[in-house]
Write a protein that binds this ligand. Structure first.
Ligand code: NAP
Length: 270
């Protein structure tokens, strides 16, 4: 698994999303994914599956320290005290002493960002959380989080795929050495029906889904967390490290977003 280094933190470039996975099916997918070589798992308090994910973490033979585990604080838990108690509960459910990354799931309309960040920093001091970040934040909200935090904000997890541009967040992340973690990287499965992605994939013996994921991770500060409950999908999504999209392929995919190539080119590893 390729690693990205973000502000000194090593993060596997491809992770497993777990939204909508529940119970034993979720645990099975975690175990299969870890067997196949996934080392990055994304969950959230909101998903109601932290316990099922934790069962996978305790049943696997992969050592805990080799797994990069992310969870996210639910929107109603963003007040200082609720952050502390809800994250302690998450750790209990996940059956682990720490998470590698804790995110604010969505910005709150009522709780100021610094209040939440203060509690997250405290959890870092206590060793319960290694790194922190945000999700669904605009550039100005990212700035506010960075100013409030005594520790680096290492990621903003946002929706990003070939049909969804994220230029301003990408540029800000790139300028500030922040990871953009792409959620719904397969556009919830829609990419598989796209002719352009299919045609590009045919040149490499790859599927449209693999092209979409490759397009994301070929960007310097981007990781992707596709969700796959199906074992064939888990395997397919991991099989993207033996080919490289050309500048022409990248241009074609950017055309799906309205042709942003000139400003975007510097953000790609091409
Ligand atoms: P996604 O990863 O874009 O798409 C998942 C769908 O694609 C599932 O139906 C899956 O089917 C299918 N799929 C997976 N691999 C495939 C392949 N190789 N070929 C064809 N179909 C394939 O959507 P997502 O679940 O919305 O996003 C991924 C993760 O991002 C979530 O699970 C969650 O962890 C995170 N997320 C975060 C936020 C946030 O607010 N921070 C919001 C949404 C999502 P099977 O499951 O049947 O394999």
């Amino acid at each position: 698994m390729e690693l990205l280094e973000i502000q000194g933190v090593q993060i596997p470039v491809l992770g497993l999303g777990t939204w909508a996975m529940r119970g034993s099916g979720c645990t099975r997918a975690i175990l299969q994914a870890l067997d196949l070589g996934y080392r990055h798992i994304d969950t959230a308090q909101m998903y109601g599956n932290e316990n099922a994910v934790g069962n996978g973490l305790t049943q696997t033979s992969v050592p805990r320290e080799e797994i990069f585990l992310t969870t996210k604080i639910y929107q109603s838990n963003l007040q200082y005290d609720n952050v502390l108690t809800s994250v302690r509960q998450s750790l209990q459910d996940l059956q682990t002493e720490y998470v590698d990354l804790l995110l604010i799931h969505w910005p709150s309309r009522s709780v100021p960002i610094p209040e939440t960040i203060e509690a997250m920093n405290e959890l870092q001091d206590a060793g319960a959380v290694k790194h922190i970040g945000v999700s669904n934040f605009s550039v100005s909200q990212m700035r506010e989080a960075m100013e409030a935090s005594g520790m680096p904000i290492i990621t903003n997890q946002v929706q990003y795929h070939p049909f969804k541009e994220q230029q301003s967040v990408l540029e800000f992340c790139s300028e500030n050495s922040i990871l953009l973690t792409a959620y719904s990287p397969l556009a919830k499965g829609r990419v598989v029906r796209d002719n352009t992605l299919e045609d590009i994939g045919a040149r490499y013996g790859k599927s449209a889904a693999q092209v979409a994921l490759r397009w994301l991770i070929q960007q310097k500060n981007v990781s992707a967390i596709p969700k796959a409950a199906n074992e064939a999908h888990l395997r397919e999504n991991l099989d993207i490290f033996d080919f490289e999209l050309s500048p022409e392929d990248i241009q074609q995919i950017l055309d799906l977003q309205g042709g942003l190539i000139d400003r975007m080119r510097s953000l790609f590893r091409i």
